[in-house]
Design a binder for this molecule. Structure first.
Ligand code: ADP
Ligand code: 5GP
Length: 198
């Protein structure tokens, strides 16, 4: 039987309303799947207390970020909640060359731009079980003020609208269940692409 790690490397783009759990889900997927690598984005947002430079993001000043924009180093970049976030071309190209599938934790606009560059990218939209649960998760995360939480919630309509263009939508109710479900979806997609390219 073909081993999972030899399946075709693909781009797996995960978007979700802020607080749904996509960062948590991505961490689990990375822990469990040695053939996955995270595309670490660059951002001008200040680090949260739990975050480290080069692990969660590359934390840059506005000047450093704009310098990379001018040099064409981003595959895509967006302003989200008042800060810039961007995907580095070199990260994606190098991981693909090395045979890894690349996981992206990015917003819906960035996801659709990745799809323009890489039409075979698998776009996954993760939904919270309910609006109430989403608010609870944002509150319990304790990283945002009530105003910031409101700002994050205000993006929901546009996120749900754009999610219609994604390959799949998955509800993140129980974390382990979500992770297993995503692994199944990803492996099936890889097999389908493998089959088509033979
Ligand atoms: P996002 O990256 O989508 O903004 P996070 O991964 O930071 O979201 O998760 C937001 C909060 O919800 C965190 O405190 C996380 O521990 C929690 N969380 C994630 N997934 C679940 C789940 N399935 N059930 C309950 N809480 C969850
Ligand atoms: P956070 O500040 O909560 O880490 O991220 C805010 C939003 O920016 C999330 O929707 C996150 O997925 C998105 N994001 C993170 N990195 C990138 C990126 O490189 N490009 C785009 N377009 N969005 C990103």
């Amino acid at each position: 039987m073909k081993r999972e790690k030899y399946l075709k490397p693909i781009l797996i783009v995960i978007s979700a309303p802020s607080g749904t759990g996509k960062t948590t889900v991505c961490r689990e997927l990375l822990k469990r799947n040695p053939d996955f690598r995270l595309s670490i984005s660059a951002t001008t947002r200040p680090p949260r207390i739990t975050e480290a430079n080069g692990v969660d993001y590359f934390f840059l000043s506005n000047e450093e970020f704009m310098d990379k924009v001018r040099k064409g180093e981003f595959l895509e970049y967006e302003k989200v909640f008042g800060h810039y976030y961007g995907t580095l071309k070199s990260t994606v190209e190098n991981y693909l060359k090395e045979g890894y599938s690349v996981l992206f934790d990015i917003d819906v606009n960035g996801a659709l731009k990745i799809k323009e560059h890489y039409p075979d990218a698998l776009l996954i939209f993760i939904k919270p079980p309910s609006l109430e649960e989403l608010k609870e998760r944002l509150k319990n995360r304790k990283t945002d003020t009530p105003e910031q939480i409101q700002e994050r919630l205000s993006r929901l309509p546009i996120e749900y609208e754009k999610s219609k263009l994604f390959n799949v939508q998955v509800v993140n109710k129980e974390l382990q269940e979500t992770v297993l479900n995503l692994e199944k979806i990803i492996r099936e997609y890889q097999r389908k692409l493998d089959y088509v390219s033979q």
